[in-house]
Design a protein around this ligand. Structure first.
Ligand SMILES: *Cc1c(COP(=O)(O)O)cnc(C)c1O
Length: 228
């Protein structure tokens, strides 16, 4: 299926009126699809699987900003640390520490978003508020250990439901948490500014709740076929 360039133009127009940026989620889709959006001007692409990201990064233009949005295993961080532009789904101190180690090894600070649990489902990854506070305390205690990462904000996924009021409520709660944590822990850090919420089905609600990054896949690239 071809890339939907008219949806791309429409979405980027909407996003720009909110000052938000698009992460085009290209998991499972071929490099040729990515090139179509690249040629239309898109530079930020999101991938979920390390091996697939490495293959694509090896053959695609060097000015693509790769965002890792999947569940990242600590033992795979080293493969993407040299080039990844942002990692969205950090939900443990152990993972953050490993990313920092690899960042230091590569002489860079890797931009990171902490994933916060906002959905009703138990199955979705993410930190609850206690775990978040614990992680922030660890960060404050040993800043040297975390010199290889820069905390740029939060990522969240709403409940998978048609109930828009529910989704909006979850996004708003995350926005409020973001503002509180920013004031308390990152008041002097300009880089703490990103709220990565919203996918194809709920990005409009996310924009109204203050999203700065939306992660959109199927509206741009068509439905994904995992059994190919
Ligand atoms: C796949 C994925 C998306 C994109 O989902 P669509 O519904 O296809 O837009 C967004 N965020 C994450 C974390 C994903 O894994």
């Amino acid at each position: 299926m071809a890339v939907n360039l008219s949806a791309y133009q429409h979405i980027t127009g909407e996003l720009s009126s909110f000052g938000a940026s698009l992460v085009a989620v290209s998991k499972i889709k071929p490099a040729s699809d990515i090139m179509q959006l690249y040629n239309a001007g898109q530079r930020i692409f999101g991938e979920n699987y390390v091996q697939e990201l490495l293959e694509k990064q090896g053959v695609l233009p060097g000015d693509i900003q790769w965002h890792f949005i999947g569940h990242l295993q600590s033992n795979k961080v080293k493969y993407i640390a040299p080039f990844v532009s942002m990692i969205h789904g950090i939900d443990s101190g152990k993972l953050l520490l490993e990313i920092s180690k690899q960042g230091i090894k590569n002489q860079r600070r890797i931009d990171c978003l902490l994933q916060i649990h906002i959905a009703e489902e138990e199955t979705k990854f993410g930190l609850n508020e206690d775990e978040l506070n614990e992680l922030l305390a660890t960060l404050a205690q040993s800043p040297d250990k975390f010199a290889g990462v820069r905390i740029c904000g939060f990522m969240g996924m709403a409940t998978n439901t048609d109930n828009e009021a529910q989704i909006s409520k979850e996004f708003h709660q995350l926005k409020q948490l973001f503002e509180r944590i920013k004031a308390a822990h990152f008041a002097n850090e300009d880089s703490f500014k990103e709220l990565s919420i919203g996918m194809s089905g709920d990005y409009k609600l996310a924009l109204e709740s203050g999203a700065t990054l939306v992660r959109i896949g199927s509206m741009l690239f068509g439905a994904r076929n995992y059994n190919k």
